[in-house]
Design a protein around this ligand. Structure first.
Ligand SMILES: C[S@@+](CC[C@H](N)C(=O)[O-])C[C@H]1O[C@@H](n2cnc3c(N)ncnc32)[C@H](O)[C@@H]1O
Length: 239
């Protein structure tokens, strides 16, 4: 079991810095015409994908590499009588869609856990022109000391955590222009147990295992000791 399995077990609806409040912030500023095609990468339990579908009446496809997340996202859509599709991916580096398939790509606390440049290039490839990405990611406040980075790798599985400036540069290097950070702030802890007003979180029995408790404790201790090294940014990158 790792941190991401714990998120899946708790069925956390907004497992990203800023939480659903942060999602609502960028969604309030989003203009999407009916007929737009939206891809959410790392859609987790489907809360954002369902909110996009409900609010804008657009077609949303959510993809995730974890079966439990996809199952819970499908259940959520069913309970809300919404029609996003949730697809299980068998690899994390390639999005199984033709070039220029979508008008908007959304990622919330996903890119950082991957080969960042490769995944950002995939976002670019599957976007139409004009199209854009909204990506909410953890960012380092400055270059991380080796012991902090080591713990990030062990606990979250992220190989690196770019600063806000580095995130912008990565998006620009992939061809996006302009790239702006529409909001940033201190990395708010993901509250694994409160659901942040998500009445539809489906909690699995594994969430109450000793292993899960140890990971939750590690996460909270790490954030309390080392949280000053982290912030988050919501990036809007235009193709
Ligand atoms: C921290 S969780 C965030 C989930 C969701 N975006 C949210 O905010 O609640 C990261 C999610 O991304 C998924 N994931 C990580 N890398 C992925 C990839 N390359 N493609 C698709 N899903 C990925 C994980 O399985 C997990 O569900």
């Amino acid at each position: 079991m790792d941190y991401h399995d714990v998120l899946a077990a708790f069925g956390v609806g907004s497992a990203h810095p800023g939480g659903f409040t942060g999602t609502t912030f960028w969604m309030d500023r989003l203009q999407l015409s009916v007929g737009s095609q939206v891809l959410e990468v790392g859609s987790g339990t489907g809360r954002t994908a369902c909110a996009l579908s409900e609010r804008f009446g657009v077609k949303v496809i959510g993809v995730d590499i974890r079966q439990e997340m996809v199952d819970k996202a499908r259940k959520r859509a069913q309970m809300m009588s919404l029609d996003p599709d949730f697809i299980l991916l068998d690899r994390s580096d390639i999005l199984p869609f033709p070039d220029q398939s979508f008008d908007l790509v959304v990622a919330e606390s996903v890119t950082v856990f991957n080969q960042i440049e490769a995944l950002v290039s995939e976002y670019y490839r599957v976007l139409r022109r004009p199209g854009h990405v909204i990506d909410t990611e953890m960012a380092a406040t400055s270059s991380l000391p080796p012991e902090v980075l080591l713990e990030v790798k062990e606990l979250y599985g992220a190989m690196t955590v770019p600063t806000l400036k580095e995130w912008k540069s990565i998006y620009m290097a992939a061809g996006f222009e302009p790239v702006q950070s529409i909001v940033s702030g201190p990395a708010r802890e993901v509250d694994l147990q409160s659901e942040e007003h998500d009445g539809m979180a489906i909690v699995s029995p594994q969430a109450f295992s000793k292993e899960a408790s140890a990971i939750v404790d590690h996460h909270f201790n790490f954030m309390s000791d080392k949280g000053k090294w982290f912030q988050y940014g919501v990036f809007q990158a235009v193709k």
